[in-house]
Design a binder for this molecule. Structure first.
Ligand code: WT7
Length: 640
């Protein structure tokens, strides 16, 4: 029996939404979509030709119109974004400021030749110009593709080539732990030799020295001559809103493509149900907009609701460990949405820090991105929420667009169990199944699948319809395969049990093992490599890599470790850096030649190595174990 916490906000499901949703999910979502402003109504709510779903056929809509225009009468002077710079600066951007800036920037994009359907790459730090750029794209029907500002030049290059963006929006620099990261230089490296990029728009954020070429244009100069009015384009409900690249099981990131009408409906509904958003709330989601949480619950959902939110530019522990609580206290934040990794870090810093701040404005707390350990959940509940605030543990993915599993304090009160996201949202039907697709008995681990299409569902993978079908819809007929393990308890609560595929979650970030391995193997001295995740107190999981060098190579492991790490940083980004690289003579493989990651992981965690009878060469395990033990010993020696 797991512990339960009964805490609700007293809003019961007066409209019986669950009942409606269960009886007919399509007409249920049809009703929800009416909460948005449409230029013309749809004729049918869903066109489902597996694996492709189109929502609100015939309806025309615009995301930027729903985020901004609709609030101009009632909320023009209301702050949309209260921005906190890492260096202590702050800025308040109202709904009318946003409206003016987005229209102007939309005109800038048009003047640079951007047309409906064109892709625009955005590589910006967490500044208001990032949502402004996204909404400007949405306004004219251009497809934004935001790249997290921690990604490397090579990652940008791959994504720009794949999406064929003609325009990149970036900044001179961004602040991270007091240092300026030269983003413009990274973009220059990325696009050297790519002819398809016609213009780079550069926002001056850090005023660091940058090189400007003919292609480059300054944000402020473009804005100062742009005209103020730009009507929102009337777009088909399924018009693509954005591409967001995410790691999967193959060597190359996938371009997850999201549409407009369905996606916005999903966000509007979940923001209301899960966060119980009220006009007086001050919402704060710590996610970087470079990830899907930022797209959905920093940019679109809060703006659709005309909410006020805090946006923070920098590191959560800069200039010191109290920064987050300082921001919460200063802005009287009422709803706080963050990650288990951040919470584990805050918890390590000690209770005295949050306890020395007045956090009494808080009324609801959220978690996202990775499983939250029950003890961390309880700490969040007691120390931060002072047992007053419900915690919503929200499960979803880049592909799902918005939450699929979460407690919904804005809709209903149910007992919370630390570590469980409770139940699926109304209108979404999930199951936990075995290899054959049969529902597993309660408390048995299985694969989490979604039984029906849902409005926030991805349209496809950019340019890869077949892969889309294969990755998500081939394991089970007409059901979405999430790639996650889960179990359901006797009360019907769902417990997420981590990835079932070769995807790691490091500090909540998704890293594909294949992508990382192919990067490591591209080092001249490397013959083979296998990476795996091992548990970590703060990051949830960290990466370790096992590397086999080319025949007969003599090497200095410190130098090679540095070189390989450097390669990973420049090909992918520092988030993918392994904690340790082990140089081993060979890797344990099955008779059919498959690397046994399970065994490597067992060695990495120091657990007992089980059955090795299926191995091609059992001695490989002994070899790897020997290197592992010796490396650990020398690490201990060095740190002693
Ligand atoms: C993967 C998706 C959710 C948006 C940000 C991450 C894991 C996500 C939870 C949760 C346990 C979670 C899953 C999922 N995950 N939320 N509440 N409890 N695991 O989006 O980068 O696409 O990652 O994150 O493994 O598949 P993403």
């Amino acid at each position: 029996m797991s512990e339960t916490f009964n805490i609700g906000l007293g809003n019961h499901d007066e409209q019986n939404l669950r009942k409606k949703a269960d009886s007919d999910f399509v007409s249920f979502w049809d009703d929800q979509a009416k909460n948005l402003s449409w230029f013309s109504p749809w004729t049918s709510a869903l066109d489902w030709k597996p694996p492709f779903a189109k929502w609100f056929i015939g309806g025309t809509i615009n995301a930027s119109f729903n985020a901004l225009d609709v609030h101009q009468d009632s909320k023009a002077d209301k702050p949309a974004i209260i921005w906190e710079g890492e260096n202590g600066e702050s800025r308040t951007v109202t709904y009318s400021d946003m409206f003016v800036k987005v229209q102007k920037f939309a005109n800038v994009l048009k003047s640079l030749g951007v047309q409906k359907g064109d892709r625009v790459t955005i590589y910006l730090p967490m500044v208001p110009e990032l949502p402004i750029s996204m909404l400007a794209c949405a306004r004219i029907g251009a497809v934004h593709t935001v790249i997290f500002s921690g990604f490397s030049a090579a990652s940008i290059r791959d994504r720009v080539n794949d999406s064929k963006s003609k325009i990149i929006i970036t900044a001179d620099g961004g602040y991270r732990r007091g240092k300026i990261v030269n983003l413009k230089e990274t973009v220059d490296d990325a696009i050297a030799g790519i002819d398809s990029v016609e213009h780079v728009v550069v926002l001056e954020r850090a005023k660091n020295k940058i090189h400007m070429s003919d292609k480059d244009k300054l944000w402020d100069e473009l804005m100062s001559s742009a005209s103020v009015l730009c009507d929102a384009e009337k777009l088909d409900s399924s018009h693509p809103l954005f591409i967001l690249y995410t790691s999967g099981t193959t060597g190359k990131p996938k371009g997850v493509l999201h549409g407009t009408g369905g996606y916005l409906t999903h966000l509007h509904s979940t923001f209301k149900w899960a966060f119980d958003i009220q006009d007086s709330d001050v919402f704060f989601c710590t996610a970087d907009i470079g990830w899907v949480t930022g797209h959905s619950y920093v940019v679109y959902a809060p703006l659709l609701h005309g909410a006020t939110q805090v946006m923070y530019e920098g590191a959560p522990d800069f200039p010191d460990e109290s920064r987050m609580w300082d921001i919460l206290q200063k802005n009287k934040v009422t709803i706080f949405y963050t990650t288990p990794t951040a919470l584990r870090m805050f918890m390590k810093f000690g209770d005295d820090i949050p306890n020395s701040f007045d956090l009494s404005s808080l009324r609801l707390l959220g978690s996202v991105g990775e499983p939250i350990n029950p003890e961390v959940w309880k700490w969040y509940f007691m120390t931060i929420g002072k047992e007053r605030c419900p915690i919503i543990d929200t499960w979803w993915q880049t592909e799902t667009g918005g939450m699929l599993i979460s407690p919904l304090p804005g809709l209903e009160t149910i007992p919370l169990k630390p570590g469980s996201g409770t139940r699926p949202i109304p209108g979404v039907s999930l199951d936990v199944v075995d290899e054959n697709g049969d529902t597993v008995p309660s408390d048995i681990k299985g694969y989490l699948v979604v039984n029906n299409p849902w409005p926030g569902m991805l349209l496809t993978l950019w340019g890869e319809n077949e892969k889309y079908q294969k990755v998500y819809w081939s394991k089970y007929e007409n059901r979405y395969y999430s790639g996650d393990y889960a179990r359901r308890d006797d009360d019907g609560y769902i417990w997420l049990l981590g990835r079932a595929d070769d995807v790691l979650k490091v500090a909540g970030h998704r890293i594909g093992t294949a992508e990382l391995e192919s990067c490591i193997v591209s080092h001249d001295n490397v013959a083979e490599s296998a990476v795996c995740g091992i548990p970590d107190d703060v990051k949830g999981e960290v990466i370790i890599a096992f590397v086999v060098l080319r025949n007969g190579l003599k090497f200095d492991s410190d130098v090679l470790q540095k070189e390989i790490t450097g390669k990973i940083r420049s090909d992918i980004g520092s988030i993918a850096t392994p904690k340790q690289i082990y140089f081993v003579p060979r890797l344990p493989k099955t008779r059919s030649g498959k690397i046994m990651r399970r065994i490597l992981k067992t060695i990495g965690t120091g657990d007992v190595i089980g059955d090795t009878s299926t191995l091609e060469d059992g001695a490989a395990v002994t070899d790897v174990k020997k290197v592992f033990d010796e490396t650990q010993k020398s690490i201990r020696k060095k740190s002693a």
